[in-house]
Structure formats: C-alpha cells, structure tokens
Design a protein around this ligand. Structure first.
Ligand code: FE2
Ligand code: FE2
Length: 305
C-alpha cells in the first residue's frame, strides 16, 4: 500500500545474468539445471503488477557458446519479453562466442565486438561488450572507448544505463580478479566521467554486490544457474546449487533502486491478505495511516498477517 511518499518509477529494468544455458538441457557440474533457473526468473517477472520495460541479460548467456543453447535461450526469453512489453537487451559474457551470439540472437554473424544502443522511452541502454575472445578477463578496447565517447556526447532524455558483463569494481571477497577482472578500467572511467550514465549493471560474479565506478552506481546481479558463496568454509570461493536471484532496478527521476529477487520459493511465514488490504482502500488517508501504522490497530492485531 503506497502513501505516495515518492513518485512512481519512470523505468523498470529486470536484470538477469549468467543464464549459462547448455545444449540439450545438459546440467552444469552434473547437478545444476540452468534452464530451470531461467524459467523461474521469467515466471517471477510475469507476476509483477508493474512490468519491466527492459529485460537486460548481462552475459554468459550460453555456458559453452553452443548455437543450440542460444536458440533455446531465444525461444524462452523473446516471447516472455514480448508479453511483458519490454525491450530485450542481450550482453556478451566471457562464456559467450560472438559468431553464434550475433548469428542467432541478431541474425548477422560477426566476430567483432557486440556493442549496441537502445532507446527505451527516453532511457538509453547501452550493451557494452567487455569480452576478450578466448579469455575470461575483460577489456573495453580503445576503439570501443572512442565509439562510447561519441554515443555519450549527446545526453539522453532520461539518462543512460550501461549493461556490461565484467563489473568495474574491486572484488574484496573474490581474490581472483587476475582471472575475471576488467583490465584497464581507468580508461573506461575517463570516458564515463561527466556523462549522463546513471548506472552500470553487470554480472559475471554469480553473487550480488554493489559499488560505484567513476562516481556512477554499479549493481551486479547474481546468476540464474549456480551461484557463488563468497565466504565458504575451507575454500576461497564455492560454486553452489542454490541462492539464485535476479535484480529489479527501478529508475526514478533522481535515483535508482535495486531489489534482489530470489528465485527459490521459500516456506511462507506470513502473507499480507489482499482482501484485508483491499478493505483499507475505502478508508480516509488518516484512518488508513492509523490502521496500518499504529501498533495496536485492528489491522496490526488481526493475526491475519
Ligand atoms: Fe558466469
Ligand atoms: Fe562470466
């Protein structure tokens, strides 16, 4: 129940990452079913009262870059995004292969960097390819930086969001940045400083984390396949079959709000009864505040939530 303390968001981004689909529905590590996590994520999105206007998937779309994995991904995600009325934005990850990615998802095979720009009702969304073919670490090339500088030279009405796979942030709980980090990130920071970029949404880590880069908020979404426990017993990092989530990013005039949405259906301990809540709609604003916020109100002592 909203009291209009804040205005409604202007844009809503469903941020999925690291789907890691495998050909033929194969499992990762013989255990994890990547398709199950993706289907759960799409089902969650179908429940939203305020559907996203962007579905952003920040890389590692196909675990081994197999063409049939991209075909299956497309078959699952494209109709779901269309039903939501959302722009679908794919981003390359280090597990992806540019030729299959470009051919199957965009209908034009290319081994070049897969950068793209979308205008979603005034919000500019940039898909920035931070991959290095044949390697796991990330890099944005000088040519890409020149292109990005040109794109950002003209501000967009609602600002810009960059989706990229490798997050340009320190990894204090994952001491593996030589393997998976974004190299030469200072050059990217120099291009982004002072532009209309309002947020960087990344993946790659398989856990959720937050920071800033060149003063810009960064949100890293976890994975819909296996996830990483950054504080495991007797290991540096541990991949686990659980903890899957997506992130909803709500774009307001003056800020972004990131909300982690877990994909597992955990046991309920209470449900706010929509019938009870509906009855409160008939009350005056003052009566409603009294019922909702006063600790000993009929609503708060009803035992119905
Ligand atoms: Fe990944
Ligand atoms: Fe990755």
């Amino acid at each position: 129940m909203h009291l209009d303390l804040y205005p409604e968001p202007v844009h809503t981004i469903a941020h999925l990452s690291d789907t890691h689909l495998l050909a033929g529905g194969a499992r990762q590590y013989d255990v994890v079913e990547p398709e199950t996590g993706l289907v759960a994520a799409l089902e969650r999105l179908s429940r939203l009262d305020l559907p996203p206007d962007v579905v952003l998937v920040t890389g590692d779309l196909a675990d081994l870059g197999e063409p049939t994995a991209y075909e299956r991904l497309k078959e699952l995600v494209e109709p779901a995004a269309a039903d939501l009325g959302a722009e679908l934005v794919w981003v390359m990850g280090n597990h992806d292969e540019r030729p299959a990615y470009s051919r199957i998802l965009f209908g034009a095979e290319s081994a070049r960097e897969q950068d793209a720009v979308y205008d979603v009702g005034g919000l500019r969304v940039i898909s920035l390819d931070s991959t290095v073919p044949g390697y796991h670490h990330g890099l944005v090339t000088p040519e890409q930086l020149g292109w990005l500088r040109e794109v950002l030279s003209e501000p967009a009405p609602h600002g810009t969001i960059i989706g990229m796979h490798h997050p340009p942030i320190p990894l204090p709980l994952a001491p593996v940045d030589a393997i998976i980090g974004l190299y030469d990130h200072d050059a990217l920071a120099a291009v982004l400083e002072g532009t209309d970029v309002r947020g960087i949404l990344a993946g790659h880590l398989h856990y959720s984390t937050y920071s800033t880069f060149a003063g810009i908020p960064v949100s890293v979404a976890s994975a819909s396949c296996y996830t990483v426990d950054p504080v495991p017993a007797a290991a540096i990092l541990r991949g686990v079959d659980g903890g899957r989530s997506i992130t909803m990013t709500h774009v307001y005039d003056d800020r972004l709000v990131h909300t982690i949405v877990p994909l597992a259906e955990e046991p309920a301990v209470y449900n706010i009864d929509p019938v009870l809540l509906g009855a409160l709609e008939a009350l005056s604003p003052e009566e409603r505040i009294d019922q909702l916020s006063r600790k000993d109100s009929e609503f708060n002592t009803s035992g119905r939530w």
